[in-house]
Design a protein around this ligand. Structure first.
Ligand code: AMP
Length: 580
């Protein structure tokens, strides 16, 4: 296929979705014929490659099950303990295991699939917005994250960082994007963001698409602009970059682009100076055809605000993918963010679906053990049913639970279309850092240990993500009791601030990195009056929860419940500094 051929691209999507069943069988055959002899699969398949045997013998696993193999490869053992093809690098997933980021093996074949996926996701948008590559540039906010080198000498980086590092991306960047590479790799994300906004504004008449990978980043960009537009305008007017941008890469890039442009600065100033910022994106980048960023799942919390800023411009959520496997594309880019479905591409991995009981559907009888529950093949999923996604890939994952719950909303030809429902076991998520109940409870345990010697006990806690300001932050509600007649008012505020710090220090690696890079703001503890959690329980019971089955939620989702706790807050404390 000529990768720039729009017709060919759409035809390929038609063929893939029409022949979903055969393609899935081929994908599995290929995975098994290559990898059945690996140490891992030999234990289950004894060198055999039949699908039935795979289904019967290969267990459904999580990262923890494969971690020993992946760690051995990262430490220098040969890849064929897990997969036949040599591992060329690792992707660092934003999820963590034991506080460390998860590493996913990458191979040449896996890389090829990713590249094809990147090409295919462009075609549905082209149908509506034309070929933006020909029309102008994209103002996309992009941030590389630090790479690590494993003891084997192989590099581990996030998927996006690996893309930014690729030679193809670096070649097309100057022609298709407004951000120079130095701003993407700038070690200080605030300097990088400032410069990306600056270059996006300087080239505003060429910009045909505004976006980022996730909605949260676009919103962060707009909030940053709200605080810095005067300075940006001054820089554009004078052709001089602000002194606080000390990164030499950014300064060099600026020296190649910037020259005094008072007219442009005045225009931007007039736009930004108006009372309401409703539709500001459209005003600043008048030729933008759409905003591209993932708006589903945890990103759904940002869409109302984003819609305000982009008023009238479509918000396009183009893809559903993870470090483990690229999965689906959105064939209806004009669809409302809340209704977006992704069509699973059957050539990207072998997909199986573990039925998940959803609250509305009592008809699914779930067994307690995953292995007793039949996994459903891609083409046999049922519309309306929720499933946990299980993938087998050419890169060493076999029947691996990704941790995402999806709801089948329909079929495109023979390929299912899914809506993202939720991340399993994740309760707090500002920007894909995925904090689980266990992560949170560990951090609370560490922090509350500071209270015990002072004669105070943490009796109840819950949490939520506050995104009312950007970046979002974690809020913990704590109900504290004094021992031996002590009153909570006697508690030194300094201790509470220390509890905030201790919690942050005890959270996982991704959280700490995000805090350091200001992707997440300081953690907050709100101390609530005695009896607040009883009031919360009364509320839940009034809403139909049976008193005998009431479990205090570890994360608050309902506005009403939040109001109950918020109205009883006696003190608010913030972590004073980033934990790294
Ligand atoms: P990572 O492994 O760090 O690349 O993160 C991948 C995860 O991000 C997926 O497993 C999902 O939980 C989430 N994700 C990716 N794409 C989407 C999407 N379109 N909608 C909702 N969540 C998504």
């Amino acid at each position: 296929m000529a990768t720039n051929g729009y017709e060919d691209g759409l035809k390929m999507i038609e063929e893939l979705t029409t022949n979903a069943e055969q393609i899935q069988d081929e994908v599995l055959r290929e995975i098994l014929s290559r990898n059945a002899g690996t140490q891992y699969l030999r234990g289950f398949l004894h060198g055999q490659t039949q699908k039935q045997l795979f289904k019967k013998n290969v267990p459904i696993v999580t990262y923890e099950d494969l971690k020993p193999y992946i760690d051995r490869i990262a430490n220098g053992e040969t890849s064929d303990i897990l997969l036949a093809e040599p591992v060329t690098a690792f992707y660092m997933s934003s999820g963590t295991s034991g506080g460390q980021p998860k590493l996913m093996p990458v191979t040449a074949e896996y890389h090829k699939k990713g590249a094809l996926f990147e090409t295919l996701i462009q075609y549905p948008a082209m149908r509506h917005f034309g070929d933006i590559n020909q029309a102008g540039k994209r103002m996309e906010l992009m941030f590389a994250r630090p790479e690590i080198e494993t003891p084997s000498g192989l590099k581990a980086a996030s998927v996006s960082t690996s893309i930014y590092n690729g030679s193809k991306f670096r070649t097309i960047l100057p022609k298709l994007y407004t951000s120079p590479i130095e701003t993407i790799f700038c070690p200080d994300p605030n300097q990088g963001l400032y410069c990306q906004l600056l270059f996006g504004l300087i080239q505003r008449d060429e910009v045909v698409k505004v976006g980022s990978l996730f909605a949260s980043t676009v919103l962060r960009g707009i909030k940053f602009l709200e605080n810095h537009w005067q300075e940006l305008c001054y820089d554009i007017k004078t052709g001089r970059l602000s002194d606080w941008i000390t990164d030499s890469g950014c300064r060099n890039a600026a020296s190649l682009i910037m020259k005094p442009n008072p007219e442009q600065a005045d225009l931007i100033e007039n736009i930004c100076n108006c009372k309401s910022w409703e539709g500001i994106i459209r005003k600043l980048w008048p030729k933008a055809r759409y905003i591209g960023c993932v708006c589903t799942g945890v990103m759904g919390q940002y869409t109302t605000e984003l819609e305000f800023y982009c008023r009238g411009l479509p918000l396009v959520s183009a893809l559903y993918a993870s470090s483990e496997a690229v999965c689906g594309i959105n064939l209806e880019p004009l669809c409302k963010p809340s209704d977006v479905s992704y069509t699973i591409l059957p050539n990207m991995a072998y997909f199986e679906f573990l039925p998940v009981k959803n609250e509305r559907d009592e008809s699914i009888e779930m067994k307690s053990n995953d292995e007793d529950t039949e996994l459903v093949d891609l083409v046999n999923v049922k519309v309306g049913q929720c499933y946990e996604l299980v993938v087998s890939t050419c890169a060493g994952l076999y029947r691996y639970k990704v941790g995402d719950v999806l709801m089948v909303s329909g079929f495109y030809n023979n390929a299912p279309q899914v809506q993202f429902v939720e991340r399993k076991n994740v309760i707090l998520n500002v920007d894909q850092e995925k904090t689980s109940e266990t992560d949170l409870s560990k951090a609370v345990t560490e922090a509350k240990a500071l209270l015990d010697p002072l004669g105070f006990i943490l009796t109840e806690y819950t949490s939520y993500v506050d995104t009312s300001s950007a970046p979002g932050h974690y809020v913990l509600f704590w109900e504290i009791k004094g021992k031996e007649g002590k009153h909570c008012e006697e508690l030194d505020p300094k201790i509470m601030v220390e509890c905030c710090s201790r919690m942050e220090e005890s959270l996982h690696y991704t959280y700490k990195i995000y805090r350091k890079r200001n992707i997440i703001a300081a953690l907050e503890i709100r101390v609530v009056k005695q009896g607040s959690f009883e009031a919360l329980m009364d509320y839940c019971v009034s809403k139909g929860t049976s008193l005998s089955q009431y479990k205090k939620p570890n994360c608050i989702k309902s506005e009403e419940a939040l109001k109950i706790l918020d109205s009883r807050v006696t003190g608010k404390y913030f972590s004073p500094k980033s934990p790294l």
